[in-house]
Design a protein around this ligand. Structure first.
Ligand code: PRP
Ligand code: URA
Length: 208
């Protein structure tokens, strides 16, 4: 299974800023989006391009274009919305397929409450975005939804991932590629990632 911890200095610096206690909603949101842009850059490195002949300022010129149907970004409500602007900055023409899942605080099992996918999922690369990959219950349920809709090429972008969650994805969907700014130590008793970021949704939306 492809798991990429993107160890770029800009990402490490920005993630370090995000880990500070008492960080403001504004700063957390900005950093989440900035790191999302950098992860997108890394996760799209292997996209295929095709040649096209266009009219340039000095005559015909051969250029490269990304091949195939437009990518679909899949933000997982609600915290995934915090990464969406940064991904769209890199891929402005992407289609957005929104899914809503919330982890039950007691059982840690995901509860799905929304699904609105774009068409032709079988022809698109899906980029799932969510700040946190903890037990991976949420990711596995999302991948199940996307595969049921015909999606065959799926990548996931996360700010922080726990080793337990990565093992769960490997056991269930080893074809999914994971890009993360950090593989952290592990989960606490409540299923929170340590050192992690705390509750990413609350920090992005300023709730609690
Ligand atoms: C968080 C996070 C992931 C999920 C990760 O969302 O944004 O979606 O938990 O946990 P898992 O890997 O153990 O499934 P949460 O359920 O808190 O919902 P929210 O985005 O609405 O805050
Ligand atoms: N969801 C979060 O927001 N943070 C975690 O550490 C785990 C799940």
């Amino acid at each position: 299974m492809k798991i990429v911890e993107v160890r770029h200095p800009l990402i490490r610096h920005k993630l370090g800023l995000m880990r500070r206690a008492g960080i403001s909603t504004k700063e957390f949101r900005e950093l989440a989006s900035e790191i999302a842009s950098l992860l997108t850059y890394e996760a799209t490195k292997d996209l295929e391009t095709t040649e096209a002949l266009i009219d340039g300022w000095a005559g015909p010129v051969e250029v490269q274009r990304i091949k195939g149907k437009k990518i679909t970004i899949v933000p997982i409500l609600r915290a995934g919305l915090g990464m969406l602007p940064g991904v769209l900055d890199m891929i402005p023409a992407a289609k957005v397929s929104v899914v809503g899942l919330q982890r039950d605080e007691e059982t840690l099992r995901p509860i799905a409450y929304y699904e609105k996918l774009t068409g032709r999922m079988d022809e698109r690369i899906a980029l799932i975005v969510d700040p946190m990959l903890a037990t991976a219950g949420t990711l596995v349920a999302t991948v199940d939804m996307l595969k049921a809709a015909g999606c065959r090429r799926i990548k996931g972008l996360f700010l922080v991932a726990a080793p337990e969650g990565l093992a769960h994805v490997e056991a269930t969907h080893p074809d999914v590629e994971i890009y993360t700014a950090s593989i952290d130590q592990g989960l606490n008793q409540q299923g929170y990632i340590l050192p992690g970021l705390g509750d990413a949704g609350d920090k992005i939306f300023g709730t609690k």
